[in-house]
Design a protein around this ligand. Structure first.
Ligand SMILES: Nc1ncnc2c1ncn2[C@@H]1O[C@H](COP(=O)(O)OP(=O)(O)OP(=O)(O)O)[C@@H](O)[C@H]1O
Length: 618
């Protein structure tokens, strides 16, 4: 059994002495009281374990300390400042591991390091820090292994946990908050990981707060203080070596020989199996009162938590946020992070066979399908509707297939949320990087489809027409993709996002002017929906590109007369493509204007994506 006497903390490289305290925190949600008057304090270089039975409020207090959740009452202060910028100061390791499956262990930790550093940090410094973190987390054997995804098995669950912790540690936060860091780890690995965190905490003066489930005594002994909760109330707060005396002297339950004191304490405060609510509340209230009176008699009451008020005033109002370095430095770092994110996205796109390879395959399949079903369309007036359906199909169905990108976006979104809440970068850098990196991929998909379909179908001959077709199709696919991302950003549940994005695509198809000519749409839909529909512009542009300047043959009937499917201005049983455009009511459109509107709609969706990500914090 390790020595549980509290040891002086050596803070070797700390530049500023942080004191984090929380005072009388209460928190209610949906009419249920989750936390009652929780106070505590932890200083630079110290480690605090938060323990308690399931549902005790451990995650809730961590959320409040990290300022991700606002308490109903009470304050969280850093060096006396009651509105510290925790996303700058703290890194939060959540219970779930949000990682990109196609990256290797080293890449994951390396990107986290690069995203947290200045643009000027030398690469050998980054490499050394990443190597040290990998070694601290015991991941040296799997450095080059991929994290893994549904089609490619990767590292184990416990290794993923350590990659997540390493991704936070490598950013050298001043406060590290961990929710269940040891879940999925065996006892030896738990001990090594917490030891490594403790060494860094002591070396760098980092504050560590971790909720922890059933650690063995060697591991829990690595912590300096313990906060024990039950039903949102404090059952114990102080140095670990005071726990056993409290259980014995105040509760009358000495720790049995060879038992783990924290296991014993949790058993004592666990009320889950008491017969009714009244006895559960009575039990916890009584223990909370016993703790309060024992704590004040033994010097662990409010005065211990506040710890010499003159010390506090010495630190009060000390600036602890990172220096901003001015506007120019901010812009430089923002651009640097955007570049790093672009690099990471590009790797994700190129390796994520499930999300991107399968989707590219679907575009190829669509191209082959159109090329073989609408094969070699004659330039005749009776094929005008077949041509129109090619344009409609290309825009609507290629756009529709953007829903296949939702799962990959949701994976990326989770990583973004974690990194953003930990202050690595903001929605601007993320949206910019994503908007740029998706261009080549979506262009390639549009190109594959166009090359396969355009010539086989026999659309308007000439390279210029082909490239305009490709350009419009790319804009349509890009806009549809942007729309899907807005939906999935706002509603990050796959099935729900899929349903809404599909509904929107169906709606845009209905008002785009193909099934019902635009002029025949009911006024209500025509007056707004038709004009904000990206498919309106894309379909019209493809139609215009195909028919403008084309001459089609009409049908010569048995009696020698001529039948054209559209009113014709030409002699000799011919139909001008321009006549078709006039009949459709789009003869006078400006190609550049419509293409410009399509670009604007895509940019509006990207702006909406940014706005949604600014507002959504989870
Ligand atoms: N948004 C919410 N609305 C209603 N109740 C909530 C909400 N969030 C948490 N709770 C309740 O608050 C209590 C504490 O939850 P919390 O997740 O903080 O517990 P925990 O100690 O971390 O549990 P576990 O160890 O099982 O993860 C639980 O009873 C939970 O059901």
């Amino acid at each position: 059994m390790a020595d549980i006497e509290s040891q002086p903390v050596a803070v070797a490289h700390s530049t500023e002495h942080l004191v984090l305290d929380w005072d009388n925190i209460s928190y209610s949600k949906n009419n249920s009281d989750i936390l009652h008057n929780i106070s505590g304090r932890v200083e630079a270089g110290e480690m605090l374990a938060v323990m308690g039975p399931s549902g005790a409020g451990k995650s809730s207090i961590l959320d409040i300390i990290s300022r991700r959740v606002q308490p109903s009452s009470g304050n969280v202060c850093v060096n006396g400042n009651d509105s510290p910028n925790m996303s700058e100061l703290a890194s939060y390791v959540e219970q779930s591991d949000a990682l990109l499956g196609v990256l290797t262990v080293r890449e994951t930790i390396q990107f986290a390091a690069r995203l947290s550093l200045d643009a000027t940090t030398p690469s050998d410094v980054i490499r050394a820090r990443v190597a040290q973190t990998i070694s601290d987390m015991g991941l040296a054997d799997v450095t080059n292994n991929r994290i893994g995804n549904p089609i490619q098995r990767g590292i184990s669950g416990g290794q993923k946990r350590r990659v997540t912790i390493g991704s936070s540690l490598v950013t050298l936060p001043k406060i590290l908050i961990l929710d269940e860091p040891t879940s999925g780890l065996d006892s030896r690995t738990s001990f090594e990981v917490i030891s490594a965190i403790r060494n860094i905490a002591h070396e760098r003066g980092m504050i560590v707060i971790a909720s922890i489930h059933q650690p063995n005594w060697d591991t829990i002994s690595l912590f300096d203080r313990l906060l024990l909760l039950a039903q949102g109330r404090t059952m114990f707060f102080g140095p670990l070596n005071k726990l056993a005396p409290f259980l014995d002297q105040s509760l009358g339950h000495p720790v049995p020989l060879h038992a783990n004191p924290t296991d014993h304490a949790i058993d004592l405060v666990n009320t889950d199996f008491l017969p009714d609510t009244e006895s559960r509340v009575r039990h916890v209230t009584e223990y909370a009162e016993r703790w309060a009176s024992w704590a004040s008699v033994n010097g662990l009451g409010p005065q211990y938590i506040k710890n010499e008020s003159d010390e506090m005033s010495r630190y009060s109002q000390t600036t602890v946020d990172r220096p901003s370095g001015g506007v120019w430095q901010g812009v430089k770092n923002g651009l640097y992070r955007t570049g790093v994110l672009m690099e990471r996205n590009a790797i994700n796109y190129s390796r994520n066979l499930l999300a991107y390879g399968v989707r590219a395959g679907m575009y190829i399949g669509m191209g082959v399908m159109l090329a073989t079903i609408w094969v070699n369309l004659a330039q005749t007036s009776d094929k005008v509707n077949d041509r129109l359906s090619v344009h409609f199909f290309s825009v609507a169905f290629l756009g529709f297939m953007s829903v296949a990108g939702i799962p990959a976006f949701l994976e990326e979104r989770q990583v973004f949320m974690r990194e953003r809440l930990n202050g690595l970068y903001g929605p601007g850098a993320y949206v910019l990087a994503n908007s740029i990196v998706s261009i080549p991929y979506l262009f390639l998909c549009s190109l594959l489809f166009s090359v396969l379909a355009y010539w086989s179908i026999g659309l308007h001959p000439g390279a210029g027409h082909f490239f305009r077709f490709l350009g419009v199709l790319f804009l349509a696919v890009y806009t549809a993709e942007s729309q899907c991302m807005v939906v999935a950003a706002a509603l990050p549940i796959f099935v729900a996002a899929l349903a809404i994005a599909s509904f929107l695509n169906g709606f845009w198809m209905s008002v785009g002017g193909y099934f019902i000519r635009a002029v025949n749409l009911p006024r209500f839909w025509y007056s707004w929906a038709h004009w904000i529909d990206f498919q309106t512009y894309a379909f019209t542009l493809l139609t215009y590109n195909d028919f403008k300047g084309l001459v089609l043959s009409c049908t010569t009937l048995a009696d020698g007369s001529c039948f054209c499917d559209f009113p014709s201005s030409l002699e000799q049983c011919k139909l001008a493509g321009d006549d078709v455009l006039e009949s459709l009511g789009v003869g006078g459109i400006g190609f550049g204007l419509y293409a410009g509107i399509l670009v604007i709609i895509a940019l509006v969706y990207r702006g909406m994506l940014y706005a949604v990500l600014v507002v959504k914090r989870r």
